[in-house]
Design a protein around this ligand. Structure first.
Ligand SMILES: *Cc1c(COP(=O)(O)O)cnc(C)c1O
Length: 359
């Protein structure tokens, strides 16, 4: 038993279910359409020309800085290469950012209702943290972030609420916290929110984190990005190279690069999801659901009369998966990812039945 005293014990993050088979999966905010056709093209090309023989790129370690991907991001986002950091999904980027930037005795601040990985990383790395309750309408009380702290992380739009906060609010928080790094987790920013990316040169304490998992339909590839000034990014690289230099593998770098450059496809498919989201909002309202306006690829809704847990279970029986948390303040909410039009029509049909049959 004695060695157990020396084990690092953590309560891990719990991801949404990944059910097998033919279900309507609206529970983990994955993108409903295929990734860019350039992805498959690049994979065939790799298999044909860069993998098979003794010149195989897989014999060698990958480029530690993922240069090809960083170059593509630099061109597409018009940001200098040394202000870009890439990792194995934004979970990797965020975990390394916690390790790098949240290194004081003062507590890191983040909202009570937010991405549930933040307190897990803080606990894992033994970083003190202090949770700041959202207002009753689930918006952020900016004054909560004006006190002494060891860092701040806020998603925008927030997850799972979908609520976007203004650039003015973030600028105020950044200005009040010159001694802390402020991370804005923009996992869902492409679905209609304002990015803080244009502010990275104005505030040397701002780190903007994005991902290829949601709007680029590449959750399975695992690519995340951080944008910040050269100094922030170099500190992040120092920590990464002290942990594992070769995180993103060669095919992933190449595939992500191809996807990144196909901006037309990306914008078209994101616009489709936004259109479906707005349609879904109208239908949910008609069925008696209430929700804050979402700028993400999901809607966080509660029903006026039917409890969320009942709807969650009844939907599951119909092979429709949404996300439900039995947690304080949100135990009567469902987070519904925006799927294809057909999937959302099926969802609305099923919700209608469930609500009508609820005694
Ligand atoms: C999905 C998500 C991420 C992480 O996604 P990756 O797949 O690791 O890039 C980070 N933050 C929030 C708020 C998310 O919803």
């Amino acid at each position: 038993m004695s060695w157990e005293n020396n084990v690092r014990k953590v309560v891990p993050y719990v991801a949404g279910e990944q059910p097998e088979g033919k279900v309507i999966k609206l529970n983990t905010n994955e993108f409903p359409y295929a990734p860019s056709p350039m992805v498959a093209t690049r994979i065939y090309d790799l298999a044909e020309n860069e993998i098979k023989d003794e010149t195989s790129m897989l014999r060698k370690y990958p480029n530690t800085n993922s240069d090809n991907l960083v170059n593509a991001l630099s061109e597409v986002y018009n940001v200098d290469r040394d202000k870009i950091f890439v990792g194995v999904g934004s979970d990797d980027v965020l975990a390394l950012s916690f390790l790098t930037f949240f290194n004081s005795d003062k507590p890191v601040l983040f909202p009570d209702i937010t991405y549930s990985f933040y307190d897990v990383w803080a606990s894992l790395f033994k970083i003190p943290f202090e949770i700041q309750p959202l207002k009753d309408d689930f918006t952020i009380n900016k004054e909560d972030y004006f006190k002494t702290n060891g860092g701040i992380i806020i998603p925008n739009p927030n997850a799972p609420t979908g609520i976007m906060e203004s650039r003015e609010m973030f600028e105020e928080i950044l200005k009040k916290n010159p001694d802390s790094v402020v991370i804005v987790d923009e996992a869902y920013v492409d679905f209609g929110a304002d990015s803080m990316l244009p502010l990275i040169d104005k505030y040397d304490n701002l780190l903007v984190v994005q991902t290829f998992s949601k709007s680029r339909a590449l959750a399975g590839l695992r690519i995340g990005v951080a944008f910040g000034n050269t100094k922030l990014i170099s500190f992040l690289k120092d920590v990464k190279y002290s942990f594992n230099s070769y995180t993103i593998n060669y095919p992933a770098i190449e595939i992500a690069t191809a996807a990144c450059r196909d901006t037309d496809y990306w914008k078209e498919t994101v616009a489709k999801v936004i259109k479906t989201r707005e349609w879904t909002k109208t239908k949910l309202k008609e069925l008696g659901f209430e929700f804050a306006d979402s700028k993400a690829n999901f809607i966080f809704a509660s029903h006026k009369t039917v409890p969320a847990e009942h709807i969650f279970t009844a939907l599951k029986e119909k092979d429709i998966y949404v996300r439900f948390w039995n947690k304080a303040r949100i135990s009567n909410h469902l987070r519904i990812t925006i799927g294809t039009d057909a999937e959302m029509e099926e969802l609305i049909k099923s919700l209608k039945e469930i609500i009508e049959n609820y005694a």
